[in-house]
Design a protein. Sequence first.
Lengths: 127, 403
Amino acid sequence: MASGPYSAKVMDHFMNPRNVGEIEDASGVGEVGNPACGDMMRLYLKVEDGKIVDAKFRTFGCGAAIASSSMLTEMIKGKTVEEAQAITNQHVADALDGLPAVKIHCSVMAEEAVKSALDDYRKKNPA
Amino acid sequence: MANIFFDHISTTPIDTRVLEAMMPYFTERYGNPSSHIHDQGQQALKAIDAARTEVAGLVNAKPEAIVFTSGATEANNLAIKGAAEAWGRKGKHLVASEVEHFSVLNALLPLRNRGYEVTTVKADSDGKVDPDDVRKAIRTDTVLVSVMHANSEIGTIEPIEEIGRIAREREVLFHTDATASAGHIPLDVTAAGADLVTLSAHNFYGPKGTGALVVREGVRLESQIDGGFQEMGYRAGTENVPGIVGMGQAAKIASEEMGEWSFRLRRLEKRLHDGVASSVEHLHFTGHPTDRLPGHVSFWVEYAEGESLLLFLALHGVMAASGSACSSNLKGRDEEDLVASHVLRAIGVPSDICTGSITFSMGKGNTEQDVDQVLSVLPGIVRRLWEMSPTYLDYQKKVLRGG
């Protein structure tokens, strides 16, 4: 069901967000955004043998921010660290059947969150 | 699913009696009031003059003072730019409150670029403008003071009579934007000492596309639309006859029924206010607690973003508005538009914990059942957003640590 400015996909992920929560012993945690700017996302990754086996998030933000977070976790689960590193905001927006122009920054937040969580993972697990 | 309209501050449904009054002016009475040598033109002219009398009656003005426009935005533009241009030789300074609508604030921008100076008067944490601040802002070269009658986002009613008195003493023009208030609370423009007053028909059960600027006798304004000599020369262009007839009918109905509406709306307002206060934690009401529009309840909730709240409410069939960081300017040109509402910032709402407020504005068609329905879904929606929010998680951990 599409609502207001959003696609049916966005609304689905907004109403039924996937992977909300925390990972206690996360391999990497990324936090981006700022509540003062309207949105903030915290992403937890569990990495085993170079592969993302689990991803959870918590997001404060608008419908697009929550949907982008949810979609991102779906996209990165099962991917290698390298594959996840290559995900861009455009991939997230496309997977959601597009976002309104002024909401593109929400998909950028998702991209930044995964990059930040992977940075944290590499810091904790130097090659 | 419920279908509850709690967004009357954005617009109101047209009253069927208003629509009925308008209909003949789309069909059999199609005359142009300027072409009144024949019956069709005569009928149209009489109709808009009757509407002028009704609209004047709503705000205790003289019928000749009513200048019909395409709406409140045009009326605000005519008031601000028209007065500044007509009185530019007296001075080039204007005073406006910081909680004005964009059609006032943005009408001031091009004037600034043309050498006019604008002093912005602050509002307190309830959204009230202090008349004394207005007094202090007035200079010898001030031509106009603009302070709204009531704020749409937070509902606060401003002390326009005192501000009007100060403007009169200092011999500057006083404009008040009564878009949110006219037809809902009594407004006596003569008692308020207002020289210019903005009215909007669709905000009191009239049609969209019609508004008026009340121009006190003798106030010179530079017309902002050049053309013929309609509307006493203040506003050229063939009159929107059906719209004006509708505005007149809406004004007549509001004059007669406003007291009854507001009595009912005050009760609904209390029920909604008390209900959310007792069922939602971390909730902060905005606007003045008592000097506010009837049926208007506005607040923000910590750790819950405004647009997400609105979207979930909409999914439950509840239509409300927000001065949210992300939602109200969805059609904005760029992310610059995604900043928190200027009104919330003005009243000192902390932007690091609040990025969106909710405005529930009820109308004459709403019932106690509507209020109860909203109260039955709101706490669950807030909890759901909290459960997703990293900031709420941090708050909970802090509480657990005893912090």
